[in-house]
Design a protein around this ligand. Structure first.
Ligand code: ZN
Length: 444
């Protein structure tokens, strides 16, 4: 393993300095701390001189930074992704200053220590270190860093547009996503490295119902507000079709290879057991259900007038998480069917379709498996489908090999601090992420 002139204290200080820069992404551009964004990009350009010298560096509006390291061949380019924006904090709830990067008992505390300045840091440190020991990539390598992931900005879409325009077809893309789960999964008592190979879509709809205005003393049987409330219950109870998508099937069979009877029997027969698993999923109500169904959340209900006036319009906002195979349009049809009221108008506000499913039958997947296996020899590599969205969804347009995996161990307690309170990472874990990327670079 090429560790070059790596200085552990120096690289940990780099990480802490990244955490100290308050790149908090907010939807209101007036509240954005532009200075922090500039400072972060400046840190990248000044602390990693080999990378700066060897790579072409592009700023991609509004908040992207793209490095291009030329390899001996441009035929099978790879892309390593991360984002440097973080979600806001409620500092009062934290036991440590969320932007001080306090180190205590082998842990570093701060917003972004897990999501995901850690992977960004590990990528640039690994590349910098490898370059300093004479390494050059076999194939073209791009580092694709966004600053608007948390607010669904257009940075990464713009980076992909740029690459597409240059005819770049990545043979390997790695972004945040799953992680190494030390405690394993239910019925599967082994470490699992969860690698996302597809993402559900997400779409927001408004449903409108116009009623007759009038005095509340002579109401119709149901006001617009009451009818829409009934529709809200119907949307919540609607049975979206259950489907075992390819990523979920692959997840079951990866687990089947590792687990013991009788769970393995159930997983190994996932195809025939699909209806049963679907029923179980409905009962579970948790993430298994979300894996095999489109889910609906009624998030807005509006109908406002005065106590003595009938509301002339009622509106409801629904967020759908669309299973691969559905689209934002088919989601609207499901909603129209769910409400059983033809006068309710369903209109799509915004949304993204589910991603295509990345391939797991080629050298890209084998490379990832191999390197994960070397760094976490006791973990099974398990493909799965993400419920949430990452910036890598844009890359599916130009690559069939987009993997969503944060190469670090995250316990359930640690995962709960992502977007939450007291986000922190152990130095040991952080250094292992660095080792992962260092090892990966040798393969790219
Ligand atoms: Zn993230």
């Amino acid at each position: 393993m090429a560790f070059g002139k790596m200085n552990k204290d120096k690289i940990i200080e780099d990480f802490r300095d990244m955490i100290r820069i308050r790149t908090v992404s907010v939807t209101d551009p007036k509240k954005l701390d532009r200075e922090a964004y500039i400072a972060f990009r400046k840190l990248l350009l000044t602390r990693f001189p080999n990378l700066y010298r060897e790579a072409d560096v592009f700023s991609v509006a509004p908040a992207g930074i793209l490095y291009h390291l030329r390899g001996q061949s441009a035929e099978k380019p790879s892309v390593l992704m991360a984002h440097y924006d973080v979600v806001p904090v409620n500092a009062k709830e934290w036991t440590h200053d969320p932007f001080a990067a306090t180190m205590e008992e082998g842990r570093i505390y701060g917003r972004g220590t897990l999501d995901t300045k850690s992977t960004l840091w590990a990528i640039v440190e690994a590349v910098e270190n490898a370059l300093s020991s004479g390494w050059r990539p076999k194939n073209d390598l791009y580092l694709s860093f966004g600053g608007e992931e948390e607010t669904h900005g257009e940075t990464t879409a713009n980076i992909v547009k740029y690459l597409k325009g240059k005819g770049v077809r990545p043979a390997f893309v790695l972004d945040e996503g799953g992680a190494v789960i030390p405690e394993g999964l239910p019925g599967f008592h082994q470490k699992a490295a969860m690698v996302g190979i597809a993402e559900k879509g997400t779409a927001n709809y408004m449903l409108y119902l116009r009623g007759k205005a009038g005095h509340a003393s002579t109401p119709p049987k149901m006001t617009a507000a009451a009818r829409l409330a009934k529709a809200a219950v119907r949307v919540s109870e609607y049975r979206f079709p259950t489907r075992i998508t390819s990523p979920v099937r692959q997840m079951f069979s990866a687990l089947a290879g590792e687990t013991s009877f009788p769970v393995s029997q159930a997983f190994a027969n996932a195809d025939r057991l699909a209806p049963l698993i679907g029923a179980a999923a409905t009962f579970a109500g948790g993430s298994l259900r979300a894996m095999v169904k489109t889910t609906a959340a009624v998030v807005i209900l509006e109908a406002r007038s005065a106590f003595n006036v009938l509301p002339s319009e009622a509106a409801m906002g629904v967020n759908l998480r669309l299973l691969p195979g559905e689209t934002v349009e088919s989601g609207a049809k499901h909603l129209q069917k769910a409400v059983r009221d033809k006068e309710i108008q369903v209109s799509l506000i915004d949304g993204t379709n589910p991603t295509p499913i990345s391939r797991t039958d080629g050298p890209a997947w084998e490379t990832l498996r191999k390197v994960v296996g070397e760094v976490w020899p006791d973990a099974a590599v398990v493909p799965y489908q993400l419920n949430g969205g990452t910036d890598s969804r844009y890359y599916h347009e130009i690559s069939d090999y987009v993997y969503k995996f944060s190469p670090m161990e995250m316990t359930a307690a640690e995962r709960a601090t992502v977007h939450g309170v007291d986000e922190s990472i152990s130095v040991r874990n952080l250094l292992r992420t660095f080792v992962f990327y260092s090892r990966l670079l040798e393969e790219l």
